[in-house]
Design a protein around this ligand. Structure first.
Ligand code: 5AD
Ligand code: SF4
Length: 468
C-alpha cells in the first residue's frame, strides 16, 4: 500500500475557467476505466456527470464494474444519515481491493466531505483513500489526479467558501434525450432540519447567457428536454446584473428553437411567484409540473422548521396553481417525525396530502443532522413512532397516486420517448408533460421524439400503453 505524504492545496482565489484547469493536466487515461458511485439528489447526479465528462476528456472510460476500474470515486450525500452509513460500508469494503491492486485510485467527494471534521475522520478511518475533495472544487479533480499519479501524494482539499462558478466543464450525460442543467448553487434558507446550506454554501446564480448557451449546445446534440436545477430555483438571479428573475429566465429558455420541454426543481413554496405560474401557463415548452416540497402539513411544525409559510398559505398556492394550470402534476417532499411532531400534527400532514392529491411524493423519516438547530431540539420523536407514521403516510400517498393514475385509463397522452423500458427491452419508456412514467409498445426509431400513447393499463406507479 502507498505510503503517502499528505499535501493540502493552497486555494486559488482568482477566477479560473475549466480550460485553465485542463492546461495543468498532463496525464492520459489511455482507455483505463473509472467507476463513480453517486448518492443523493439530482445535484449530485449532475456533479457526477461532470466528473465523468472531465475524465473521459483525458482518455478514461467509464465502467459500472468496480473490479475493473483504475479509479473509483464516491460522490457522497449527507442530507440523511442512511446515505452516510452506506458510504462508510462501501469504503470499508474497498480495503481488500486496494491491497490486491495498489495502483487503484480511490477518491471521495460530495457534500458529506463539506461537513466539519468529516474529511479528517474519513482519512483516519480509511487511510488508503487517495483524493478527498468537496462540492466547491470538483472541477479540479483532474488536477488532483494528476498530482497523485505524478507525485505519489495523497490530496485533500476542502474549500469552505464558495468560489466563483466555473463554466465550460465537460458533462458526460446519462441520457441522450433529456439533460439536467444547474442554474444556481447553494441555499440561503436554513430550514432547521437541513444540512444543505452548511455544505453547499450560499445561493449563487449562473449568468443567463451561459445557461442559454449550454441548452443551445444540448439541442444541437439532439437533446429535447432540460430540467433546470437548483435548491431553490425561484430565487434565481439574485445578485446578477442586469437584473433577471426566474420567470424571465424561463421565458428566455422557452424561445430556444428545437427544444421541446423544460422542467425545473426545486421550488420553495414561499418563493414560487405568480409570474412563474403564469410562465408555465403561457410558455409552450414549460411542462405542467411543479415540485413543491411541503415538508409538513402542520403550521406549528412548519414554523419550527423555519419554512416561512403556513399550511393555509401552502394550500392557497396549490389552489392557484391548479386553477391556472389544468392537468398540472404536483409532487412534494415530506418529512415525518420532526422533533415535537404530535399525532395531531401528523394528522394535519395526512389530511393535507389527501387534500392536495399529489401526483408523486418523496417521503422521508426525519434524520438528525449534526450542527443543525433541529438536532439540538429536545423533543425528538421515538423511532417506532416515526416508523408507524411513515408507514401510514406511504399508504395514503400510494392510494392517491394509484387512484390518480387510474384516471388515465383509455386516455391518449403525449410522451417524450427516453429509451427502452427498464425491465423490458422490447418496450419503450417516457414521461407525460406532467411527469407520469409511461411504458409502452412502440417504434424504437421514435426514441428522442414526441409520440402519442393510448393508455391501456394504469398501474400504481406507472402507466402502460400503445403508441397510436
Ligand atoms: N431528515 C429527513 N429528510 C430531510 N430532508 C432534508 N433534510 C432532512 C433530514 N434531516 C429532505 C427534505 C428535502 C429533501 C431533499 O430531503 O424533504 O426537501
Ligand atoms: Fe434544505 Fe430548506 Fe434549502 Fe431545501 S430550502 S435545501 S430543505 S435548507
Amino acid at each position: 500500500m502507498n505510503n503517502y505524504k499528505k499535501v493540502e492545496f493552497n486555494v486559488n482565489k482568482n477566477k479560473r475557467t475549466y480550460q485553465d484547469i485542463e492546461k495543468n493536466v498532463t496525464i492520459e487515461g489511455n482507455g483505463k476505466k473509472f467507476a463513480i458511485i453517486t448518492y443523493g439528489c439530482q445535484m449530485n447526479e449532475e456533479d457526477s456527470e461532470k466528473l465523468s465528462g472531465m475524465l473521459k476528456r483525458i482518455g478514461y472510460e467509464k465502467t459500472e464494474n468496480r473490479d475493473e476500474a483504475s479509479i473509483i470515486i464516491f460522490n457522497t450525500c449527507c442530507v440523511r444519515e442512511n446515505a452516510e452509513n452506506k458510504v462508510f460500508g462501501n469504503l470499508g469494503q474497498l480495503k481488500a481491493l486496494k491491497e490486491k491492486k495498489p495502483e487503484l485510485i480511490i477518491a471521495i467527494c460530495g457534500c458529506m466531505m463539506q461537513q466539519k471534521d468529516m474529511a479528517d475522520k474519513i482519512l483516519s478511518t480509511f487511510p488508503y483513500i487517495d483524493i478527498v475533495f468537496g462540492t466547491h472544487n470538483s472541477y479540479k479533480f483532474p488536477e488532483y489526479l494528476n498530482r497523485v499519479k505524478q507525485e505519489g501524494v495523497q490530496v485533500k482539499e476542502i474549500i469552505n467558501k464558495e468560489e466563483e462558478i466555473v463554466e465550460g466543464i465537460p458533462v458526460d450525460r446519462k441520457s441522450t434525450v433529456k439533460a439536467f442543467v444547474t442554474i444556481m448553487y447553494g441555499c440561503n434558507n436554513f430550514c432547521t432540519y437541513c444540512i444543505v446550506p452548511y455544505v453547499r454554501g450560499r445561493e449563487r446564480s449562473r449568468e443567463p447567457e451561459n445557461i442559454e448557451n449550454e441548452i443551445k449546445e444540448l439541442v444541437s446534440q439532439g437533446y429535447k428536454e432540460v430540467t433546470l436545477l437548483g435548491q431553490n430555483v425561484n430565487s434565481y438571479g439574485v445578485g446578477l446584473e442586469p437584473k433577471i428573475t426566474f420567470a424571465d429566465l424561463l421565458r428566455r429558455i422557452n424561445e430556444i428553437d428545437g427544444l421541446e420541454r423544460v422542467r425545473f426543481m426545486t421550488s420553495h413554496p414561499k418563493d414560487l411567484t405568480e409570474d412563474v405560474i403564469m410562465a408555465i401557463k403561457e410558455c409552450d415548452k414549460l411542462c405542467e409540473q411543479i415540485h413543491l416540497p411541503v415538508q409538513s402539513g402542520s403550521s406549528r411544525i412548519l414554523k419550527e422548521m423555519n419554512r416561512s409559510y403556513t399550511r393555509e398559505q401552502y394550500l392557497e398556492l396549490v389552489k392557484k396553481i391548479k386553477k391556472e394550470i389544468p392537468d398540472v402534476g404536483i409532487s412534494t417532499d415530506i418529512i415525518i417525525g420532526f422533533p415535537g411532531e404530535t399525532e395531531e400534527d401528523f394528522q394535519d400532514t395526512l389530511n393535507l396530502v389527501k387534500e392536495v392529491e399529489y401526483d408523486s411524493a418523496f417521503t422521508f423519516i426525519y434524520s438528525r443532522r449534526k450542527y443543525t438547530p433541529a438536532d439540538r431540539m429536545e423533543n425528538q420523536v421515538p423511532d417506532e413512532v416515526k416508523h408507524d407514521r411513515f408507514n401510514r403516510l406511504v399508504e395514503a400517498v400510494n392510494e392517491i397516486i394509484g387512484r390518480k393514475n387510474s384516471e388515465y385509463d383509455g386516455k391518449v397522452v403525449e410522451v417524450l420517448v427516453e429509451g427502452t423500458s427498464k425491465n423490458d427491452e422490447t418496450k419503450l419508456m417516457g414521461r407525460t408533460r406532467n411527469a407520469r412514467l409511461v411504458n409502452f409498445v412502440g417504434n424504437k426509431e421514435n426514441i428522442g421524439k414526441l409520440v402519442n400513447v393510448k393508455i391501456t393499463k394504469a398501474q400504481s406507479f406507472s402507466l402502460f400503453g400503445e403508441e397510436v
